[in-house]
Design a protein around this ligand. Structure first.
Ligand code: ADP
Length: 254
């Protein structure tokens, strides 16, 4: 519950930050466009070019100031994104899912049954544990939202292919249109009402998983349900290719 609250607060902050930045950039571009129009003065017949030259010089100076402001806004955004530090570690995802059961259960109303399907063998992945839990909360929340009339949410993990692990979140809810599947990873893409959806859940999950060398696949059939599959390298196969990392290495993602 604490993590959920934290997550909601983070999403709220990101949304506010994004609209603030869009507003700032819009203002700055408006100012620059205004100054750029000064060029039209050169099309008018002039007896004396000196006043026009002065206007152009003023416009260029104003443009420089506005562009500096725009650059400062972008720096602010970059600093914000650098602040998100991930703490990666190797952990058994099968055990992690079993431990998450009470938290996930709490998200679901009584008419949705939760099934956790994990093998007895350990399934080691290298990921930020906290981010992993937030990702699961996000995906199970999506499954819940798709099952307004109830249903089953199956969260499972199993070995996949050669040296990968697949974590799947399945529901038998509304499913997604082909367009929604295609756009699902776009930041701010949502079909939910304003205030309910941020459109950031899947894009953040996709980003995190890609950074970890994995992939996210959506299988969905309208009217039948959706499976979101996260494929990540098995750590015991990755360590052969990657330089040894300390169990909890601090990594800043840019
Ligand atoms: P949000 O949940 O805030 O809308 P997401 O990025 O998590 O943002 O999801 C984007 C969109 O993808 C959702 O609005 C919804 O239309 C669709 N979606 C995601 N997961 C599911 C699911 N399990 N079943 C049906 N639609 C889904």
């Amino acid at each position: 519950a604490r993590e959920q609250l934290l997550h909601a607060q983070k999403m709220d902050a990101v949304g506010k930050l994004a609209s603030g930045i869009a507003h700032d950039i819009h203002n700055v571009l408006g100012i620059i466009l205004g100054f750029a129009r000064t060029r039209q003065r050169l099309d008018e017949p002039q007896d004396d070019l000196a006043p026009v030259a002065q206007e152009l010089a003023d416009a260029l100076e104003g443009t420089e100031l506005a562009a500096r402001r725009g650059a400062a806004v972008c720096r602010k955004l970059l600093n914000f994104s650098r602040r998100s530090v991930t703490l990666t570690e190797t952990f058994d995802v099968a055990e992690a899912l079993r431990e998450l059961r009470p938290l996930l259960q709490q998200l679901l109303p009584p008419n949705i049954r939760l099934e956790i399907k994990t093998p007895d063998q350990p399934l080691p992945i290298h990921f930020d544990r906290n981010q992993f839990e937030l990702a699961l909360l996000n995906l199970v929340t999506n499954a819940r939202d798709a099952m307004q009339e109830g249903g089953v949410c199956v969260v499972g993990a199993e070995p996949y292919g050669d040296g990968q692990i697949e974590i799947a979140i399945r529901d038998n809810g509304s499913g997604m249109s082909a367009e929604a599947v295609q756009r699902a990873f776009e930041p701010f893409f949502t079909t939910k009402p304003v205030g309910v959806g941020t459109g950031l859940g899947l894009s953040v999950v996709y980003d995190l998983v890609q950074r970890a060398g994995g992939d996210v696949i959506i299988d969905s059939t309208p009217g039948f349900g959706t499976a979101v599959k996260i494929r990540l390298p098995r750590t015991d196969s990755v360590t052969a290719q990657m330089p040894e990392q300390s169990p909890a290495s601090l990594r800043v993602w840019l």
